[in-house]
Design a binder for this molecule. Structure first.
Ligand code: G3P
Length: 215
């Protein structure tokens, strides 16, 4: 499973990119708003840091407005992927953009049926929101698993990005059910690295090394 970072904070992205573990970045209007910076400048800077798919979301609600917005975003860099909401207008936009060769990531997906529609419209990626599904008492990972099963059974090439990841177990569970990608917030990535036994082990090795390093 590939890992993307779900962030618009260039310092977080740069730090984690140096670990050598991320293959792409996803943003959304809320993550962009959190940075309080110019949208296009942020996307451009992210493209200069990570060499992989960089998702930037349209905010228009009508397909006729999404298309020019998407074209402007796609012109920023060849790695820019256009995030489009899972609506009827979004499907219309995805089907047009895919024929133009502009890759899309259909977001705000909450069921395997929505994911199937997005794939049939020609989306390059679909983003089931695991955490938000859990928030309403349903099983977010189960939606990812069903999507993996349906896409595999019918040879659909659209890639699945497990999104709205809230903790390391979401990442592990997404990997176990076969998600192509998980897009992970900075704080969750930091938690994935740490384990108390690793910390204890490093301390012990260094203390023991101190006893022989000058022999
Ligand atoms: O990529 C989608 C993600 O940013 C949404 O996460 O925690 O707002 O549901 P969250």
């Amino acid at each position: 499973m590939r890992l993307f970072i779900d962030s618009a904070n260039v310092d977080e992205i740069r730090e984690v990119n140096d670990w050598g573990v991320i293959s792409g970045v996803t943003t959304n209007p809320s993550l962009i708003a959190k940075e309080g910076r110019n949208f296009f400048q942020v996307v451009q800077e992210i493209c200069s840091i990570v060499d992989g798919p960089i998702s930037a979301e349209v905010v228009s609600l009508k397909a006729q407005d999404m298309i020019p917005e998407a074209e402007t975003l796609a012109a920023i860099h060849p790695n820019v992927i256009i995030k489009v909401p899972m609506t009827e207008e979004g499907l219309k936009a995805v089907s047009i953009l895919s024929k133009q060769g502009i890759k899309t990531n259909v977001t705000l997906v909450f069921s395997a049926n929505q994911a199937l529609l997005a794939a049939r419209a020609g989306a390059a990626f679909v983003s089931p929101f695991v955490g938000r599904i859990d928030d309403v008492g349903q099983d977010g990972i189960q939606v990812v698993a069903e999507t993996v099963q349906v896409f595999a059974q019918h040879g659909l090439e659209t890639e699945i990005i497990a999104a709205s990841i809230r903790h390391p177990l979401h990442v592990l569970d997404a990997a176990k059910v076969g998600s192509d990608i998980a897009t992970v917030p900075y704080g969750v990535l930091k938690k994935m690295v740490r384990h108390p036994l690793t910390d204890v082990g490093v301390d012990r090795f260094l203390k023991d090394w101190e006893t022989v390093k000058n022999k």
